[in-house]
Design a protein around this ligand. Structure first.
Ligand code: ADP
Length: 177
């Protein structure tokens, strides 16, 4: 099995993660600058099971991960039951609300639905290890970072597709290995 490395190039997390090279960027939510309307637009225009939460678009520093279904329920509830929550209300996942002018509408704190320690690997992690982690920890998704910046996401389905591809690889390489 050692010889395998000599012939085949190791697949890395960056080869399997989304977005792919020419895809639109990862859909993320910022920790304290998006409005209820901004987040509702993301929910309506994408079908992803969850969204990484970052400090800001510029920094791409990962703060946590939020599930789509938790967002939907929390926003629906807040719109119905929480006074002053409107489309222009700012959503924040931080401990304290961001400093906004006193005239701004009520803000919506959603820290309680944020997973503050989503599993992450670096882009250079070999897929063998990623597959192992998914199996052992029963992960649904894993985030990919480079130098602390968020780069992409790998879901359980992405891992399963990757395994299926390995099984179908061309006969020559299988013979070699
Ligand atoms: P599944 O992989 O089970 O279909 P999703 O619907 O969450 O789960 O993801 C669909 C595809 O989109 C996957 O290939 C995944 O890597 C990618 N993806 C997941 N979340 C995001 C996101 N927030 N932004 C961009 N791509 C994403």
């Amino acid at each position: 099995l050692e010889a395998k490395e000599e012939f085949s190039h190791k697949t890395l997390a960056m080869d399997v993660m989304r977005p792919r090279r020419n895809d639109p960027p990862l859909t993320v939510i910022t920790q304290d600058s998006m409005t209820v309307e901004d987040v509702e637009t993301i929910i309506n225009e994408t079908t992803y099971s969850g969204y990484p939460v970052v400090v800001s678009r510029e920094s791409q520093r990962l703060v946590g991960f939020v599930l789509r279904r938790d967002l939907i329920i929390s926003i629906e509830n807040a719109r119905k039951k929480q006074d002053g929550i409107v489309s222009t209300s700012v959503i924040y996942f931080t401990d304290h609300s961001p400093p906004l002018p006193p005239s701004s509408p009520s803000m919506l704190k959603l820290r309680s639905i944020l997973d503050l320690s989503p599993f992450t690997v670096t882009d250079q992690t070999p897929m063998e290890i990623v597959v192992d982690i998914f199996r052992k920890l029963g992960l649904r998704q894993c985030l990919v970072t480079h130098n602390g910046k968020l780069l992409g996401i790998i879901t359980k389905k992405d891992v399963l597709k990757h395994i299926a591809q390995l099984a179908n690889q061309d006969p020559d390489s299988i013979l070699f290995n």
